[in-house]
Write a protein that binds this ligand. Structure first.
Ligand SMILES: [Zn+2]
Length: 137
């Protein structure tokens, strides 16, 4: 039978994580087989992977300063890793947003290729080009 994880232990871990980065959150914490806990930490815009840590280590961290330091280092490594992951994700997101097509004149998305023209080297709706007042040649 699965016994309930004490609120004290969960609060303790949540506090450690909060100390490392107040934006990071303990989103999962439960017992799994083989004497381990599964836990997951998220930061804004980046979801962590499930970590499996020995139950004895986490339980000891409540009272044993050495175990606490070790758990804190593991959690810090995870939060730093998530931060690095998020930078990569953000870069990809920006790249994607830049390459998604918008009209250079009205900034609305360009859907499909019909009615699209190149106007001074940028992509625009044909209708928008017609509406643009142009300087006399
Ligand atoms: Zn347009």
């Amino acid at each position: 039978m699965r016994h309930l994880i004490s609120h004290r232990l969960r609060d303790f871990l949540a506090e450690l994580i909060d100390d490392i980065d107040p934006a990071a959150r303990l989103v999962e914490f439960r017992e799994v087989p083989d004497g381990r806990y599964a836990l997951r930490v998220d930061i804004p815009r980046e979801q962590g992977k499930r970590l499996f840590l020995f139950r004895g280590l986490i339980d000891q961290a409540l009272t044993n300063p050495g175990a606490r330091t070790l758990v804190r280092s593991l959690l810090r490594a995870e939060v730093l890793h998530l931060g690095a992951q998020r930078s990569i994700s953000d870069t990809r997101r920006v790249r994607f947003e830049r390459t998604s097509l918008t009209c250079a004149l009205c900034s609305a998305p360009i859907v499909g290729r019909a009615g699209v023209v190149f106007h001074f080297g940028v992509m625009a709706h044909r209708g928008c080009v017609g509406r643009t007042p142009e300087a006399p040649a």
